[in-house]
Design a protein around this ligand. Structure first.
Ligand code: KG4
Ligand code: ZN
Length: 348
């Protein structure tokens, strides 16, 4: 069984074919980075237009690389939300048109479920597991109970963690996206040079907050100006270390809740673009080990937005008999705990 996946929820246009055997037959991504770079962030109208321009070619390329015709795939899976609504519409309408033309089922995939399930594609991990979902738009701790059944343990009350990296990077004079630049600069920096807050640390629950940390970075830059190269590296390292501590503090609480609810062995998955950060993965790996969890970080190509994770979510849903009608509406906001799942009798 093979599923064609389409992803257009933010600034990556992507198409992929993934088999029920877990083989990624093709995965193509057009990154719109240069389209948005001049604006310091993603411009929704530019993103939607770029999706329109590139998606057809990527779908054709993904099918060609997989050596399949459209009629050979078993279903079309397209991201139906959450995300920038113009872009989501481009991908979902394209998915619907392909499904209709080929007479194949449509699967409307929640983008966050795609991220959450990516470790089942790469590492075949079993439900239930704990997910730390860290992207430019989201920062959540999720208990993945079974397919379509997710409990939100915590979320950010202001900025997402990737957004915090991007905003802090801009204050440090780096380009967009800022995460990779901060990680690189932090390698040669002193994480103890600048005292920065660990937002929410020590508070009950699993919610995150990053806007105070961003403000502290701004204040530090203003006080230390002009900043030499080494100071910027030290600030990058201090910031990354504060983020690591904040994530670890919140994740520890989620681990305690998860451990109360489920017997072992436990799994922690880090998903989303920020999961590409090696220092953060190491910090969370240490925490996981201390708490008796094993840590899974999907390979680099599955961390940022991609269509292979959408196709894989499609494979899992198709296997569970979960397909969608062609009048399924695109959703800008679509929390993970509001997903259709299989009836209880199918879960197992
Ligand atoms: O998952 P993703 O590709 O797109 C969203 O759905 O948002 O995540 C993009 C975010 C950006 O904010 C980017 O700065 C961040 O992931 N990011 C990183 C790293 N690589 C990407 N943050 C920290 N360290 C990295 N190495
Ligand atoms: Zn994403």
């Amino acid at each position: 069984m093979n599923v064609l996946g389409i992803e257009t929820s933010c600034d990556e246009t992507a198409a992929a074919v993934v088999g029920s055997d877990g083989v990624v037959r093709s995965s193509l991504i057009y990154s719109q980075l240069t389209d948005h770079q001049a604006y310091g962030g993603v411009v929704p109208e530019i993103a939607a237009r770029a999706h329109v321009e590139h998606l057809d070619g990527l779908v054709r390329g993904a099918l060609d690389q997989a050596d399949l015709a459209l009629g050979d795939v078993d279903a079309i899976a397209a991201t139906a939300g959450p995300g920038l609504i113009g872009g989501v519409l481009v991908g979902l309408v394209t998915g619907k048109a392909l499904a209709m033309a080929a007479g194949k089922p449509l699967i409307a995939v929640n983008h966050l479920e795609g991220h959450a399930l990516s470790a089942r594609l790469s590492d075949h991990i079993e439900f239930p597991f704990l997910v730390l979902l860290v992207t430019g738009g989201h920062c959540q701790l999720v208990e993945a109970v079974s397919l379509g059944h997710y409990e939100l343990l915590g979320t950010t009350i202001d900025d997402a963690v990737g957004e915090a990296f991007d905003k802090a990077a801009r204050l440090m004079g780096f380009g967009y996206p800022g995460g990779p630049e901060i990680e690189k600069a932090a390698r040669d920096g002193d994480p103890n040079r600048f005292p920065l807050p660990r937002p929410m640390a020590g508070r009950p629950g699993c919610d995150f907050s990053f806007s105070g940390l961003k403000t502290a970075v701004r204040r530090t830059v203003e006080q230390a100006e002009p900043m030499d190269d080494q100071s910027i590296k030290d600030l990058a390292a201090s910031f990354q270390s504060a983020v690591g501590d904040a994530l670890a503090d919140r994740t520890l609480h989620a681990m305690e809740i998860f451990t109360d609810r489920h017997g072992g062995p436990h799994q922690l998955v880090i998903a989303g673009g920020v999961a590409a950060n090696g220092a953060l993965a190491e910090r969370l790996g240490d925490l996981a080990e201390a708490q008796g969890f094993s840590l899974t970080v999907p390979p680099m190509e599955l961390c940022p937005d991609n269509a292979a994770m959408i196709a894989w979510a499609g494979v899992e849903r198709l296997q569970a008999g979960l397909t969608d009608d062609l009048d399924f509406l695109a959703r800008a906001r679509w929390p993970l705990d509001e997903l259709p799942g299989p009836p209880a009798s199918v879960v197992g």
